[in-house]
Every structure is written in structure tokens, then in C-alpha cells.
Design a protein around this ligand. Structure first.
Ligand SMILES: [Zn+2]
Ligand SMILES: [Zn+2]
Length: 458
């Protein structure tokens, strides 16, 4: 049992895209799912992984971390296949609970506003059921899977966000390492990923390729970027303006609130009030609960230090908020329509003295991308069912606080782990193409597309 050298890998989502990550390993007749995400830009059933290609119920699902593109469809999966057992790190299990209940609310709103008949894809009770299927595990403590074949799993520290893990799956015949999203550098709060090498005896490495198409010299070092951000914020505040920092609820929000707070303590930016939006606050409580998972020297500020934003769907509330110098950290990071960051930006762009500073990658199809690359005088549609807003604001910039590995790190990790097979996932087509073209021929390289099943030899 568990000693076969050949395994299969099926891509249900995340092949050639940053989408609904979901991969099934076929090991000795057992199905082991890696992640069960939703596509951040798609809607309705189209946002799901291709669960239809599963011939039978998978046995287990291993979740790498709490971002939607990795766990957003877990309640849907469990509704289809109620017997699936799920494993995640202890913080990720708690994070998922908050993120997924929030998704139900968001899907409900979209259903109402736009009549997406398939929404919500799952209800609060489905989230509760899914959460009961999850066993939380600490990092670096191998555990056997509850299946007949002998398979042992370990969660390894991946950096990226609280609880973020790379997943090591060991059988007697074939070892697989799924990196999930990982980050090699220390962030303000989270330590970078652990170094992994040949001693893991990895046969197949399934590796994220987010930054495959990004020249690493174009990404400033983290510490430098903190100060660049400070230098951009100060003149806006001194000029009576407000600063908006659109951020992902999990990870970036907690990191940037603490960066801003430190820069204020250091006297680099004025001590104006700092605001944080709802889901980011809920996740912040978990950063506070799991301080053991943060950097040893992390100085996590108390959440009470950051003010609540209030009802951003009322323009009078936002007008009042931005009438005085302040810093606002709000979701979503790419400023999707009708999210707090979009609703606040909608009022800000009518004036010339504010600043909107994006903090990471912006997908070309998002309103945030259009705003960043647009010109003064362009009209932007940031709220559903409301007229577009003419942009008078020129001070819209982007900083790069990436929580993903640079492509040189991806290459280095492949060399150090020295697997037999490398499978590139979680990247746009050009990112994956660059990684394939620039990976040594010593490794068998794969870049399967969605719906494809490949066979892998140890
Ligand atoms: Zn992620
Ligand atoms: Zn991801």
C-alpha cells in the first residue's frame, strides 16, 4: 500500500491562470484534493473549479491557506461530497470560517443587485458543515491521512499570510510538495517561508508561478517600499487630503496597518487617524490570537488603535471621512466594484488633493487597474447601478508589497529541492511560459491546463 511510483495529477482550476485553485492527486486509487478555491474574477458556477471532472468523491482535501482562490469553494465541495475530510493549519481553519461566512454575505448581495441566480453558491449552514469537516494541524508535525493507503502529510511554513502552508505529501513510492502561495522575505508581521531542500526527497514539485513574468529587479525590497509609501503619504496629509490604501482583507490589511503605524511612530508620517474596514478587522483579531505564528520580533499593534470606517455605501459618510487628513485601509485590493475601497475612491476621485495608493498586483480587468492607468477626466464605474464618476485626482500610484516569491526564488527553490517533476500552476500564461523556458532540462516540466490529467513518475 502506498508504494506505487506513478501518481496522477488532475487540474480542476489554477492551470495557466490565477484562478480557482484545485488539483487532485490520484495516489493508489485515492483522491487527494489540494485546495478548493473560487475564481476571483468570475461569477456564479463559472467561479468554481471543474468539479465535474471528478469521477468519484475525493477522500480528503488539504487547504494551503485562507485566500478565496484557495478555499472559497470548500463549502460547495462538501455539499457535493459530504464525506470529504479536510485539513489545514490551525490559523487557516479559523481564517476560513470568517472568510467563507463573509463570502455567503457577499454572494447574497450580488444576487440581489445583479440577479445572479446561482448565488449564493452555498449558505451559512454549508460553511458550518464544512468547518466541522476541517481538522486544524500545527506546522511541521506530520500526520497520517485517514485513508487506506499509507500517506503522511506535513504543513510547512510558507510565509505569504497567517497560517499559509506548503503541503508535503509522502507515500512510500512518491513524494509531492505543493508550494501553495509562498513568500521568501520577512514581511512586517510574518516571517518568510522556511528553506526547503533535497532532504525532503520530493519527486514532484507543484509550484506557484505568480511572478514568472515579472523581472525581479522591478520589485523593490520590502523595507525600501515601506519608506517609499511613507514618502508618498506625507505630502497628501500635509495638504489636507486623505490617503486610501486598497488592500486584501487577509494579509495585506494587517501588514499595512502595522507599517503605517510604525512610520507614524518613527515620525515619518503625521499622526492622523487610521481607519480599517470590516473583514480586515475580523482577520486582524486572528493575527492577534495567533501571535506565535508571527515574526518573533513582530510588534502587532492593538486593533483598537484603528478606527472603524462606517457605512461606506452612504456617500455622506465617506465625504465626512475624507474631509480631514486620514489614512484608510480598505478592501478590496484590486478595487472591485461596490467594495469599500471602490466606494471610498468614488468620492475621493472628485477632488484633486487626495491620494490613492495601490499596494500590489492589479489584474488588467479590474476597476483598480483602470483607475491606476487612466487619465484625469476619465469616467470610472466603481459602484453598481450608479453613474460613473469623472476622475479629477492625479495622485494615484502603485507600490509593490508582494507576498509571493520572485521568479529567481522560484528557480532557486526548484534547484534546491531538485525534484524529478516540476508542475507550474497559479500563474498567467506568460508567467508559466517564462518559468518553463528558464527551468533546467534536468527536470521534467509540466504546465497542465484546466481539465487535464497528467501522469507523474517518481
Ligand atoms: Zn494567497
Ligand atoms: Zn493564490
Amino acid at each position: 500500500m502506498g508504494d506505487e511510483k506513478t501518481i496522477s495529477l488532475s487540474v480542476l482550476g489554477g492551470g495557466g491562470e490565477i484562478g480557482a485553485n484545485c488539483y487532485q492527486l490520484g495516489i493508489n486509487g485515492h483522491g487527494i484534493l489540494l485546495d478548493s478555491g473560487t475564481h476571483p474574477k468570475k461569477e456564479g458556477l463559472g467561479a468554481l473549479p471543474e468539479y465535474g471532472i471528478l469521477g468519484k468523491a475525493p477522500d480528503v482535501c488539504l487547504i494551503s491557506h485562507g485566500h478565496q482562490d484557495h478555499c472559497g469553494s470548500l463549502p460547495y465541495l462538501l455539499r457535493q461530497f459530504p464525506a470529504v475530510r479536510t485539513f489545514a493549519t490551525i490559523p487557516t481553519a479559523r481564517i476560513m470560517d470568517r472568510m467563507l461566512h463573509n463570502s455567503v454575505a457577499v454572494m447574497g448581495l450580488i444576487a440581489k443587485e445583479r440577479g445572479v441566480a446561482e448565488y449564493p453558491l452555498y449558505e451559512h449552514e454549508d460553511v458550518n458543515y464544512a468547518m466541522r469537516s476541517v481538522t486544524g494541524r500545527p506546522f511541521n508535525e506530520p500526520f497520517p491521512l485517514p485513508i487506506e493507503a499509507e500517506v503522511e502529510v506535513s504543513f510547512l511554513r510558507a510565509g505569504h499570510v497567517l497560517g499559509g502552508a506548503s503541503v508535503l505529501i509522502k507515500t512510500r513510492g512518491h513524494n509531492v510538495l505543493y508550494t501553495g502561495d509562498f513568500c521568501e522575505v520577512d514581511q512586517e508581521l510574518l516571517p518568510g517561508c522556511e528553506t526547503l531542500g533535497r532532504d525532503l526527497h520530493v519527486d514532484t514539485l507543484v509550484i506557484e508561478a505568480t511572478h514568472g513574468a515579472t523581472d525581479e529587479t522591478a520589485i523593490n525590497p520590502y523595507a525600501e517600499e515601506c519608506y517609499r509609501l511613507g514618502e508618498a503619504i506625507t505630502p497628501v496629509l500635509n495638504n489636507g487630503g486623505a490617503v486610501l490604501l486598497p488592500s486584501f482583507a487577509l494579509g495585506r490589511t494587517q501588514e499595512v496597518l502595522n507599517i503605517v503605524s510604525r512610520l507614524q511612530e518613527e515620525g515619518m508620517i503625521p499622526p492622523v487617524p487610521v481607519y480599517a474596514s470590516g473583514l480586515g478587522r475580523a482577520v486582524y483579531e486572528l493575527y492577534d490570537r495567533f501571535t506565535d505564528y508571527l515574526r518573533d520580533d513582530a510588534d502587532l499593534r492593538p486593533l483598537e488603535q484603528f478606527h472603524r470606517i462606517g457605512n461606506v455605501w452612504e456617500s455622506a459618510v465617506v465625504e465626512n471621512l475624507i474631509s480631514k487628513p486620514c489614512i484608510i485601509v480598505a478592501t478590496s485590493g484590486m478595487m472591485l466594484r461596490n467594495t469599500p475601497s471602490a466606494m471610498i475612491a468614488r468620492e475621493m476621485v472628485r477632488h484633486t488633493h487626495h491620494g490613492i495608493f495601490f499596494l500590489g498586483y492589479l489584474d488588467p480587468d479590474t476597476p483598480g487597474h483602470a483607475l491606476l492607468h487612466g487619465r484625469v477626466g476619465d469616467r470610472h464605474f466603481l459602484a453598481l447601478g450608479k453613474p460613473g464618476m469623472e476622475c479629477r485626482l492625479a495622485n494615484i500610484r502603485r507600490f509593490s508589497f508582494s507576498a509571493h516569491a520572485h521568479r529567481k526564488t522560484l528557480q532557486q527553490r526548484i534547484r534546491e529541492i531538485a525534484p524529478k517533476n516540476v508542475v507550474f500552476v497559479h500563474g498567467d500564461a506568460d508567467a508559466i511560459a517564462w518559468m518553463r523556458d528558464n527551468t533546467n532540462n534536468d527536470f521534467r516540466c509540466f504546465s497542465p491546463h484546466i481539465g487535464q490529467t497528467i501522469s507523474l513518475e517518481a
